[in-house]
Design a protein around this ligand. Structure first.
Ligand SMILES: [Zn+2]
Ligand SMILES: [Zn+2]
Length: 217
């Protein structure tokens, strides 16, 4: 006899599955080569699985939730491959696990201040330059300078990031910044820009805010 099905997060799942989703949220790390690495929540995978649009197609968790173990979308935090398909838990990915463990070191005080500062930057897409670059008005409401401001760019078949050069915008001032946001791939009419979530120790590599500031102002 097949199991009863229930609707959870708008998705039909087998009875008992919502409880497994709850349980999965308590398993924060995976142990690889003796190192506990933070599991990658749905939506933080390097591949876009549509987390901003729908629950996980395999395990029905929502964006930001941890996948139910054995979900085939879950990404391995050591090798970046498919968690159920890679060999890391069999010891082969030891070096990668160590490397990853270093990358996910907690934020330093300085990095924390960068995370705080980037929240105080505001930006607005104002149009396009003659050469197709997108133009933004960026205001620095923080007390620091940042080298870049990371924003999200989306089009019909593409979801990526853009790194606005904001190093000249001193605290309390604003400026217009131009940036090529996939202009060869996206028409101005179909491109959209969005705020990205705060960086975490595991996602810091994608944020150029942590890069070195150019010396000269
Ligand atoms: Zn999943
Ligand atoms: Zn792996």
């Amino acid at each position: 006899m097949s199991k009863r099905r229930v609707v959870h997060n708008g998705v039909e799942v087998v009875e008992g599955w919502p409880e497994r989703i709850e349980e999965a949220q308590t398993v924060l790390t995976v142990s690889i080569a003796g190192i506990d690495l933070p599991r990658i929540p749905y939506g933080d995978e390097s591949e876009d699985w549509g987390a901003h649009k729908h629950p996980c197609r395999d395990c029905a968790v929502l964006k930001g939730q941890l996948h139910v173990p054995s979900c085939d979308v879950e990404q391995c935090p050591a090798c970046g491959g498919q968690a159920i398909g890679c060999d890391c838990d069999r010891g082969i990915g030891q070096d990668q696990a160590r490397k990853r463990a270093r990358q996910v070191r907690p934020f330093s005080k300085h990095e924390q201040s960068i995370v705080g500062a980037r929240r105080l930057f505001t930006w607005r897409h104002v149009g396009f330059a003659a050469n197709g670059d997108a133009t933004f008005e960026v205001e620095n409401g923080s007390t620091m300078r940042l080298p870049f401001l990371t924003i999200g760019v989306e089009g019909p078949n593409l979801r990526g990031g853009a790194w606005l050069r904001v190093s000249d915008i001193v605290p309390g001032s604003s400026a217009v910044v131009r940036h090529d946001c996939y202009k060869d791939l996206l028409e101005p009419t179909e491109v959209e820009f969005f705020e990205v979530d705060d960086p975490t120790p595991a996602t810091r590599d994608r944020f150029w805010e942590f890069k070195r500031l150019p010396k000269a102002l």
